[in-house]
Design a protein around this ligand. Structure first.
Ligand SMILES: Nc1nc2c(c(=O)[nH]1)N[C@H]1C(S)=C(S)[C@@H](COP(=O)(O)OP(=O)(O)OC[C@H]3O[C@@H](n4cnc5c(=O)[nH]c(N)nc54)[C@H](O)[C@@H]3O)O[C@H]1N2
Ligand SMILES: Nc1nc2c(c(=O)[nH]1)N[C@H]1C(S)=C(S)[C@@H](COP(=O)(O)OP(=O)(O)OC[C@H]3O[C@@H](n4cnc5c(=O)[nH]c(N)nc54)[C@H](O)[C@@H]3O)O[C@H]1N2
Ligand code: SF4
Ligand SMILES: [Mo]
Length: 749
């Protein structure tokens, strides 16, 4: 590796608060003094009495449930928070991560100044030196290797306005062609599936649907852990609903199910086709909806003819009766809703599996009505913002880079020269890493994601990042795994220290605000992008992008006439007053009324495809690329461990309260019969080995995992040393939940 890890003393702030001369010269509003001046507090949000004890609101910055939190302020600084009782999402509830959201800002691991690698060590430097180095190094790489030899990796965890700024700056200002984000690891499959089936990336539901269904189907989703407040909404359902869970593990969610289909991993596609077959065989198709609003039904019927419950059940590890019963429950429900998450998205055939779910909702007419829908649950707080506004795979506002008319519309909305917009999209995340390996991409800017922990097959990604001539990481903390590989760290403010919007799972724009001063020299991502634009020399292009709400206005212009049109939103104050607003909210709608709080898509049966009809799409199941064999007899599943752990733990690992709520040592869940066979006792150390690497973890002996399967939570640094690089061919989303491993006891403990 050409990059040493950061084994130097941790950086301490020595510069204190100091005006940045270069920034001040170009844009007075950029200085830290002004940023933090009382009049600018909240950057445009005015609170009458911020100096006294007061309360304000902000949506949570972890998961895409998007709970509203009431933040209690003293002298303008947040001193505590409670869940908002009148926010339409969470109705007074929050999970431990939300309750502890302020605590993780106080950590001594916060990055308080830029750090630049000198003589192998990351050392504190001024912003001025950091930004000059940033530009000099990236420009030198571009000069030597071409404009496209630098790229960025973004996130689903910063504000929409920040994502928009980054995407526009990198591609239109700095000339990059390639940029992707961690939403590739998370939502890419749902995006592709919706786009092909509905004509637009459009999750159709609203959270009231959880309460209005009389049959809910969760596929590869464990909301009890991953989306606990959505799960609370399910418990508010008064219809005594049928609750069907498709999961190879007996999760907390599955334990609450009326029907747990504990299927073989990756047999979902077959099972969903068998359910479709049964629905058709039993005459439970909504013929009038199908003929008026879909296309491809005859092909679908022909396709699933071979997938009878009896033919398929065994391959799925189920009985034909289980399959048939699930089909009957869905087919006879007045309102059935189908919900999926990472057990579907993170699969080598995720897109077709998601579409098999969409097909079931469509042929039973379960769309556009209360309690229905083919509903992908979003992961990160603003993964939806990234889908619409990151300017990575899609052009701004979900337009297409390849389409000249789209480029013109976006250039007009942004008031930039059309020629600045590239006419091809980006490499996907794995394509960027491949290009790094080939030496085609030499410089990388990583913002608010931690791939050296979270990307699939970690040893390989670390090796690739180590090949870069210049790696910049922009993060809240100075010691993440990826920062340790970087040449330059840009210290970022976190949630609570800045203003902007997140878009939650039900398409709701919600606002989060600055309620804390960021530590040391850390700046909001928004301010960092502003500063980079100035130093790079393209500040003129971003004159209008002066503060988050100004960028929100630009996003509104770019959304006009798209399915995600938000031209009717008055501004941040209205978002704050109403408890968020779901897209679409057009100026035409706004001229007639205020938005109602629970709106779903497709009530009129009109889809965003050219024909206006939804497409029924199928494909035969593929073979699992690395099925267990004699040498590696277990299948490794991974995912969320507890409600209190978030991803790579850079944030949740900093709260003493959260830390009490989860096991600190990495562990592998193994079925008690397999454990007995191997002679492994509960809590004993075991070695888990795959073709990529081997790790030592504690055995958690349990009956919640199936035989010949094991589960390791993703939150521990070791998990992705085992995973196998393979991807859905359409979405390029990594298939994290299937890799062959072997286990052996470690006797000397
Ligand atoms: N506490 C907490 N909450 C979170 C997060 C967090 O890190 N911590 N992360 C957020 C993010 S970004 C995301 S994307 C979501 C993820 O939320 P979820 O997708 O609900 O979480 P996972 O545990 O990754 O996967 C869900 C389930 O898929 C199952 N599964 C594995 N393989 C298969 C299969 O082949 N078929 C089926 N049907 N199921 C399978 C697993 O057993 C697991 O129970 O959670 C969000 N919420
Ligand atoms: N084996 C396995 N691996 C997985 C998964 C799995 O199920 N199994 N799930 C995948 C999924 S769905 C996801 S979404 C990914 C998540 O993977 P990552 O995105 O790598 O995980 P995070 O820990 O959320 O990383 C976010 C980083 O941003 C920083 N940060 C937080 N807020 C801000 C901010 O406002 N500004 C800046 N600049 N930085 C900030 C945090 O400190 C942290 O370093 O992991 C994926 N990896
Ligand atoms: S459920 Fe999600 S949005 Fe709600 S408090 Fe917990 S982490 Fe935050
Ligand atoms: Mo995710």
């Amino acid at each position: 590796m050409s990059v040493a890890t950061n084994n130097c003393q941790s950086a301490k702030s020595s510069l204190g608060r100091k005006v940045l001369p270069h920034l001040q010269k170009h844009d007075g509003a950029m200085t830290r003094e002004l940023l933090l001046a009382p009049g600018r507090y909240g950057l445009g949000m005015t609170h009458a009495s911020l100096d006294a004890d007061t309360v304000t609101t902000a949506t949570c910055g972890y998961c895409a449930t998007g709970c509203g939190l009431r933040v209690h302020l003293r002298d303008g600084q947040a001193i505590g928070l409670t869940p908002a009782t009148d926010y339409p999402v969470n109705l007074g509830m929050a999970c431990p991560k939300g309750w502890e959201a302020l605590r993780v800002l106080d950590s001594t691991d916060r990055a308080t100044m830029p750090l630049l690698r000198k003589n192998g060590c990351l050392q504190p430097v001024s912003w001025d030196e950091a930004l000059r180095t940033f530009c000099d190094r990236f420009k030198a790489i571009q000069q030597e290797h071409g404009t496209h030899s630098i790229a960025f990796l973004s996130t689903g965890q910063i504000a929409s306005e920040e994502m928009a700024f980054l995407g526009a700056l990198a591609k239109f200002g700095m000339g990059m062609l390639h940029g992707d984000g961690n939403t590739r690891q998370c939502m890419a499959t749902a995006v592709t599936a919706y786009k092909e089936s509905f004509g637009f990336d459009a999750p159709p539901y609203t959270y009231a649907d959880f309460e209005q269904s009389d049959c809910l189907v969760f596929i590869g989703a464990n909301p009890c852990v991953g989306h606990p407040i959505m799960w609370e909404r399910v418990f508010r359902n008064r219809n005594q609903p049928e609750l069907i869970v498709l999961d190879p593990r007996a999760t907390e969610t599955a334990m609450a199910a009326t029907q747990h289909l504990q299927l073989r991993p990756k047999s979902d596609l077959k099972l969903l086709y068998a359910i479709t077959h049964e629905i058709i065989r039993l005459g439970m198709v909504d013929e009038s909806f199908v003929s008026a609003h879909t296309e491809g039904f005859d092909e679908l019927r022909g396709f699933v003819a071979n997938y009878s419950a009896t033919a398929v059940a065994d391959q799925c590890g189920l009985t034909a009766e289980q399959v048939s019963q699930a089909a009957r429950s869905i087919g006879t429900a007045k309102a059935a809703s189908l919900w999926w998450t990472m057990g579907v998205n993170q699969s080598y055939e995720g897109v077709r599996t998601a579409q098999a779910i969409i097909n079931i909702a469509l042929i039973t007419g379960n769309i556009g009505r209360p309690g229905t829908g083919a509903n992908s649950i979003t992961g990160q707080c603003n993964a939806m913002g990234s889908r619409l506004w990151s300017n990575t795979t899609n052009l701004f506002g979900h337009y297409s880079f390849e389409n000249a008319e789209h480029r013109r519309i976006v250039a007009d909305a942004l008031r930039i020269d059309e020629s600045r917009i590239p006419d091809t999209g980006s490499y996907s995340y794995d394509g960027i890493l491949d290009a790094v390996d080939r030496g085609e991409i030499r410089g990388l800017w990583i913002i608010a994601t931690n791939p050296s922990h979270s990307w699939i097959d970690q040893d390989d990604v670390r090796r690739r990042l180590g090949r870069l001539d210049f790696l910049v990481v922009q993060d809240m903390y100075h010691n993440t795994e990826t920062v340790q590989q970087s040449h330059l760290l840009l210290p970022a403010a976190g949630w609570g220290e800045k203003l902007g919007t997140f878009i939650n799972s039900e398409r709701r724009y919600g606002i989060h605000k600055q309620v804390r001063q960021s530590p040391g020299q850390a700046l909001s991502d928004f301010r960092i992008f502003r500063a980079v634009a100035e130093y790079w020399g393209c500040g003129e292009m971003f004159r209008e992008w002066s503060e988050p709400e100004a960028v929100f206005r630009i996003m509104q212009r770019a959304s006009r006439n798209q399915p995600c049109d938000i031209t009717g939103i008055e501004g941040y104050q209205q978002l704050d007053r109403l408890g968020g607003i779901q897209w679409p909210w057009t100026s035409e709608q706004a001229s007639a009324s205020e938005p109602s709080q629970e709106r779903r898509l497709f009530a009129d049966g009109q889809f965003y495809t050219e024909s206006g009809r939804a497409k029924l799409i199928t494909a035969h199941p593929a073979e699992m690329p690395e099925a267990p064999d004699d040498e590696y007899p277990f299948l490794l599943l991974s995912g969320r461990g507890t409600v209190s752990q978030w991803h790579t733990q850079t944030r949740t690992g900093k709260s003493p309260i959260l830390r009490q709520l989860y096991p600190h040592e990495p562990y592998v869940e193994i079925h008690h019969q397999d454990a007995a066979k191997l002679g492994v006792e509960h809590n004993a150390l075991v070695q888990v080995r795959s073709r990529r690497g081997e790790i030592s973890v504690r055995a958690a002996v349990t009956s919640t995992v199936g035989r010949n399967q094991v589960f390791i939570p993703m939150h521990y640094g070791v998990t992705n040393r085992l995973t196998l690089q393979h991807f859905d061919p359409y979405s390029r989303q990594p298939s994290y939940k299937d890799a062959a491993v072997s286990l052996s006891p470690i006797n000397a403990q």
